[in-house]
Ligand binder design. Structure first.
Ligand SMILES: *Cc1c(COP(=O)(O)O)cnc(C)c1O
Length: 488
């Protein structure tokens, strides 16, 4: 048994009773979400753990922990740290780990609009409302209202995409990686597919064009060189075993310098003259021209179709701004082959995605409204003036919230993210934070420990908060988190 010091005794006395803890508003809220038993057992375990640490003299409070008593669980003697915030933090951490809410609301202050770690595109509010309204009970997922017979689950998506893009047909699967695999398996299994060496990309998360090609049962025929490929290179590689030509958007990198890439129209003309389909994995998939000035270097789905691509494949949760999904649009004959392939059944959409995606595409039908109601487009288009105003106001609030914080409003750049526009910095204004006693890593960790967690960007030993990706109410939460930080 360790010898207990007066400090340890004071700390032991300051520990609140379990029943008292359960009445804390933060833990009451947790009981509502995760049940009383989960919170009770987490509170008991946390207190037992703290007692052991106090006795062993190993209690270490995290950086940013207030030294003096705040509005804690119970009054503490002066000179004794108020353990309450730490207790609440530890209990919440235990409960949340246990009650399985792995996916939680988070605040994205990174300025990366399509942040893969934070779930890529923010769903439009209309899509969320539709999910709650239409999926609360049974729903017409795969049934034809007029006849009462079974139908295709993506029939409405098909209609919406045809209306928006003027394409012959469309089908949708779980993500774009699945869409590309399905297209290759359905259209070219056992045959050759021609791809430029400059487009044999790895997208991340192990999506590599040569591997996808092999797994789909196709033979990859590489043409051209890394930096220069011409239409005549594709032409020279066509044999009776060729099933398709494939273009892949090099989403996440740029070839610069002595480079040559054939145009979509150029390769499409060759494909048409040889009776071969041209498939185009466009990746990020800005649906239509003119959605945002920032997208002018991104390939556009509608333009690719107009240029003669026979099948265009793209993600639904990148620039389109919906939920995870893989969309294939183009010639009816090709789409039908995908739909009839056994893999289609293994990759088919679930009703949550179906509902969210239909709802997002309906927003696109209104050229004015879509720019405001699809969060990805709204964030991308937000004016520098409006971001600057928000950054300046937030900097003032954060500077006041914590005496240890220096908060400056400075110029910086946002990113589209998810491999789109890799070289493109989108001008923004950020709040640049430095804490008198915490390193930038410690400050960022303290902000992540807030509920909801706040994700920031670290640059040159400062923590940056970019208002471009903040949603209404996020500023208040960041201010609240700042107030909980150690004083300067
Ligand atoms: C993102 C991307 C993919 C993968 O799409 P997911 O929807 O994430 O599966 C495939 N190809 C390209 C070119 C991409 O940019």
């Amino acid at each position: 048994m360790e010898k207990s010091t007066p400090q340890a005794e004071a700390l032991m006395r300051s520990l609140p009773a379990v029943q008292r803890l359960l009445e804390e508003p933060a833990l009451r809220e947790l009981q509502g979400r995760c049940g009383r038993d989960a919170v009770l057992s987490a509170a008991r375990e946390t207190l037992a753990g703290l007692r052991a640490e106090i006795l062993a003299g190993t209690l270490a409070l995290p950086p940013g922990h207030p030294e003096t008593s705040g509005p804690g669980c119970q009054p503490v003697a002066s000179g004794t740290p108020d353990l309450c915030p730490e207790i609440l933090r530890r209990v919440a951490e235990r409960v949340l780990r246990r009650c399985g809410s792995g996916v939680r609301r988070a605040i994205n202050a990174t300025g990366v609009i399509l942040h893969t770690g934070l779930g890529r595109a923010v769903l439009p509010a209309a899509a969320l409302q539709e999910i709650t309204a239409q999926l609360a009970g049974y729903s017409t997922v795969e049934v034809d209202l007029a006849s009462g017979k079974r139908s295709n689950r993506d029939a409405t998506l098909n209609d919406l995409l045809r209306t928006l893009l003027g394409c012959e047909s469309a089908c949708v699967v779980n993500n774009n990686a699945a869409g590309v695999m399905l297209a290759l398996a359905a259209l070219a299994r056992g045959k050759e597919v021609i791809v430029s060496r400059g487009q044999l990309v790895e997208i991340g998360g192990s999506f590599r064009v040569p591997d996808v090609m092999r797994e789909s049962g196709c033979k990859l025929i590489e043409v051209g060189s890394t930096n220069r490929t011409y239409v005549r290179d594709y032409e020279a590689a066509i044999t009776p075993a060729t099933a398709a030509l494939l273009l892949v958007h090099t989403s996440n990198f740029r070839l610069i310098g002595f480079t040559e890439e054939p145009t979509v129209a150029g390769v499409a003309a060759l494909a048409r003259s040889r009776g071969l389909p041209l498939l185009y994995d466009i990746g990020s998939g800005a649906l239509l021209p003119g959605l945002a000035e920032e997208l002018k270097e991104e390939p556009i789905v509608k333009t690719a179709l107009d240029d003669g691509a026979d099948l265009v494949l793209f993600s639904a949760d990148k620039i389109l701004g919906s939920t995870q999904g893989g969309v294939a649009v183009g010639k009816k004959e090709l789409v039908e082959k995908m739909r009839r392939h056994p893999l289609y059944r293994a990759m088919r959409l679930n009703k949550l995605t179906l509902c969210a995606l239909e709802s997002t595409l309906r927003l696109y039908l209104d050229p004015e409204k879509r720019l405001e109601t699809v969060p990805t487009l709204r964030m991308l288009r937000r004016s520098l003036a409006s971001i600057g105003e928000e950054a300046a106001a937030l900097a003032t609030r954060l500077g006041r919230a914590c005496s240890g914080l220096e908060a400056l409003c400075v110029e910086d750049s946002s990113r589209l993210g998810s491999g789109s526009l890799p070289e493109r910095n989108i001008p923004t204004r950020v709040v640049s934070l430095r804490h008198g006693k915490l390193s930038s890593d410690e400050l960022a960790a303290a902000l992540r420990a807030h509920e909801p967690p706040i994700f920031t960007r670290i640059q040159e030993d400062r923590v940056l908060i970019d208002p471009r990706t903040l949603l209404p109410g996020d500023g208040d939460e960041i201010e609240k988190a700042a107030r909980g930080l150690q004083a300067g």
